[in-house]
Ligand binder design. Structure first.
Ligand SMILES: NC(=O)CC[C@H](N)C(=O)O
Length: 410
């Protein structure tokens, strides 16, 4: 049955839909197609951020997903070369599709180099506009993230059999290791710092690593975002990125002051084959370690904890998270569909951060090793900068060197 989840003011021709979104429960939503033509199946999630659609669409953690934007006007500021989060040159983030409320109009912004429609097309992202994304989000809220398929045919010739076959063929994210789709395949070095504003009408400039002794950091790429690398650099780190398949020996051969475990897509429990032994090897040597999102989940798995699929997950840029040590609440960027089960944490790991939306675990620290990690995205991009302090906490941990187990052990 076709549901009336269509935005009235979107301007598409209801008699001639050029895109169709079908959910696993059979719900059919029609609209105007944009971006890539064809069919794409994935897990449908919603993101509540009001800005930063380009960073969201290039965040490799979204591989295998179709993103519903709850903010109604997406595309107004176009896209540019600075707001890419994907590190790999192709810009392929693995995002399958996008769902918008209002039609995407021509960009109006001094930074824009291209319109969103053409950019989505170039990246193979199939999109649909004219959807009541509030109603769709309420549906996902009630039923949980669901598998879905989106099809776009400019002539309106949408092939329901092909859509259904793609939907049936999509295995879902649970049990999926998607890191090989988006992670680096080769070692590389990174030395670009944070982007800054020189003035409202001049191009932005990237910072440099501050003068002084640099910390040598090996970053493991499960689907890294550029702003993580930039903030590590700006915090004084000399960063070498290694592929996710790097072994503990590969990492330790570079004699790092610290190891960073990145964000990334898919099910953490399915990513363990190569990741967990590497992390265990690094922890054994007491090398200071910091993890973000998938990196947080992998650190937890490496010490014997468990992760579980969430119902709607957390995808937005205004989530309140409490640092349980300081009592401070930080407003953070979130993007995850799995979470660490706090009850499964070993005695040597303590919870440091908690989501104030649903009480789920958002951070841990090991008490016998110099290692900590957070579920949220302190690099934001998009999002608030409240959690940038964590990059400095990592540097402080490296300053103390191996063997110091962090704040919780003192
Ligand atoms: N942003 C991330 O690193 C996401 C981690 C993991 N893929 C999840 O969905 O929970």
């Amino acid at each position: 049955m076709t549901q009336d989840i269509n935005a009235a003011a979107s301007g598409w021709d209801e008699a001639r839909p050029t895109a169709r979104l079908i959910l696993a429960d059979g719900t059919v939503i029609e609209g105007r197609g944009l971006g890539a033509e064809g069919v794409a199946a994935g897990e449908l999630c919603f993101n509540t951020a009001m800005t930063g659609y380009q960073e969201i669409l290039t965040d490799p953690s979204y591989a295998g997903q179709i993103i519903t934007f709850t903010f109604p006007h997406i595309g107004n500021v176009g896209v540019n070369e600075d707001d890419l989060e994907t590190v790999n040159a192709s810009g392929a983030s693995g995002v399958r599709g996008a769902v918008f409320a209002a039609d995407v109009t021509d960009p109006s912004n001094w930074r824009a180099t291209r319109g969103l429609d053409a950019w989505l097309k170039a990246r193979g992202i199939v999109a649909i506009a004219g959807v009541d994304t509030r109603a769709l989000t309420a549906l996902i809220r009630d039923k949980g993230m669901t598998n879905a398929v989106v099809g776009h045919a400019p002539d309106g010739a949408l092939d329901d059999a092909a859509l259904k076959a793609a939907l049936d063929g999509f295995p879902g994210l649970e049990g999926q290791d998607l890191v090989p789709l988006v992670g680096a395949t080769q070692r590389y070095d990174w030395d670009q710092g944070s982007w800054g504003w020189p003035g409202h009408d001049a191009p932005g400039v990237y910072g440099k690593r501050p003068d002084g002794a640099a910390k040598r950091v090996v970053a493991i790429d499960y689907g890294l975002k550029r702003n993580i690398l930039r903030l590590l650099t700006s915090a004084g780190c000399e960063v070498t990125v290694l592929p996710a398949t790097a072994t503990a020996e590969d990492v330790l051969a570079l004699d790092p002051d610290g190891v960073f475990l990145s964000n990334g897509p898919g099910d953490p429990a399915a990513t363990g084959d190569y990741a967990v032994p590497m992390i265990k090897g690094v922890l054994e040597k007491k090398v200071p370690t910091f993890g973000i999102c998938l990196g947080h989940q992998m650190l937890a798995l490496a010490v014997g904890a468990k992760t579980a699929k969430m119902k709607q997950g957390h995808h937005g840029a205004n989530h309140p998270v409490k640092d349980v040590d300081t009592g401070k609440v930080e407003i953070v960027s979130m993007n995850h569909g799995f979470a660490v089960d706090r009850d499964s944490l070993p005695a040597t790991a303590r919870e440091t951060h908690v989501s104030l939306f649903d009480g789920s675990n958002c951070g841990i620290e090991l008490t016998d090793r110099p290692a900590f990690s957070v579920q949220h995205h302190p690099e934001a991009s998009p999002g608030p900068q409240d959690s940038h302090y964590l990059f400095h906490r990592f540097v402080e941990l490296m300053d103390r060197g191996s063997g110091d187990a962090g704040r919780g052990s003192k």
